[in-house]
Design a protein around this ligand. Structure first.
Ligand code: FES
Length: 321
């Protein structure tokens, strides 16, 4: 079955499961029916459909092999103790030999080809989109500076993944420090034409965006990737204006997941608030925006909500669907 109104589904078999750290596993996925998988570009992800007994999850994961791999894909999944269930399902239920469905690859986090230099800042599992980018940057001889913030116990394993893909090493930070103090001078010192890429916890990404803006970086020169995980919140009711139906959105469910569970054919691509594909018009109520797609001015109008990550501040949110 295709993932409702999402990208076309590809059946895959889990060929290998490896522990990278205590709570990060790498899954190697091969085509379930033989043949080749679609080619993808550096920075691409797939959406994995996980069918549990009581509910279905769809999470986006970066493809971590160098772009061009078609015999097998690899994804890395961190088990989040307080997760909404998708990562826990991948760790507890998915074994070598399991079958899954993935979407066609898509890419909302491409390399900026005209950049004179690439500065990458990753937080923990946020290294994953860069694992397909680094070999391409190395092969093209691009200027790259890589920074990784992570827990001390993860540093060695994550550094090893980066080291085999980069020329020139990586700066690793395992202590807590505010973003301005850690990266303010670094961003101020970059040559014109440098592009900044970030993926990791929201606080790190928002902090870097603020620091970059304060240093006069053009918006077009910084790029963020965010995958799910931002959907916990207060329960609310989505009202579908065209039919009058009411859909309850649980505390551990995204609005998009609640709509899908109710059989609504809602479009999506990234499921991480980055692409805008899932945008729905809001007729009444106040959205709580958690996306990276709309500008601050667009968010302030509250005209649209991106249901893959955003929720409602009001008890009811009336949508024009
Ligand atoms: S699916 Fe991409 S922003 Fe929601």
């Amino acid at each position: 079955m295709n993932g409702l109104n999402g990208p076309r589904a590809i059946p895959v078999r889990v060929e290998r499961v490896e522990s990278i750290t205590a709570d990060i596993r790498r899954f190697t996925l091969v085509p379930a029916q033989g043949g080749s998988l679609p080619a993808y570009s550096a920075g691409s992800h797939v959406v994995v459909t996980m069918r549990g007994e009581a509910r279905t999850w769809r999470n986006a994961y970066s493809l971590t092999r160098a772009a061009g791999a078609r015999d097998a894909y690899q994804i890395m999944v961190r088990r989040v103790p307080a997760s909404r269930g998708g990562s826990a399902f991948m760790h507890a239920q998915v074994k070598e030999g399991s079958e899954l469905e993935i979407s066609m690859p898509s890419n909302f986090f491409p390399l900026a080809r005209l950049a004179t230099k690439h500065v990458i800042v990753a937080g923990g599992i946020g290294i994953t989109p860069f694992l397909s980018m680094l070999p391409e940057l190395a092969a093209s001889g691009a200027r790259v500076e890589m920074h990784l913030c992570c827990r001390p116990e993860d540093a060695e394993a994550l550094e090893a993944l980066i080291a085999e893909r980069i020329v020139g090493g990586v700066a690793i930070y395992t202590d807590l420090q505010d973003v301005e103090t850690r990266f303010g001078t670094l961003l101020a010192a970059q040559p014109p034409g440098t592009h900044l890429y970030t993926c990791g916890p929201v606080g790190l990404m928002e902090g870097l965006a603020q620091v970059a803006r304060a240093r006069g970086w053009p918006e077009s020169h910084f790029h963020q990737e965010s995958f799910g995980g931002a959907s916990h919140g207060e329960p609310f009711v989505a009202v579908l204006a065209k039919s009058g139906r009411e859909v309850a959105v649980g505390a551990d469910q995204s609005l998009l997941e609640a709509l899908e569970a109710a059989g609504v054919d809602a479009p999506y691509m990234c499921r991480g608030g980055a692409c805008g594909t899932c945008s729905l018009e809001v007729l009444e109520g106040e959205p709580e925006h958690r996306d990276f797609f709309q500008s601050a001015a667009e968010r302030a109008t509250n005209c649209n909500v991106l249901p893959c990550v955003s929720r409602a501040r009001s008890a009811r949110l009336v949508l024009n669907i």
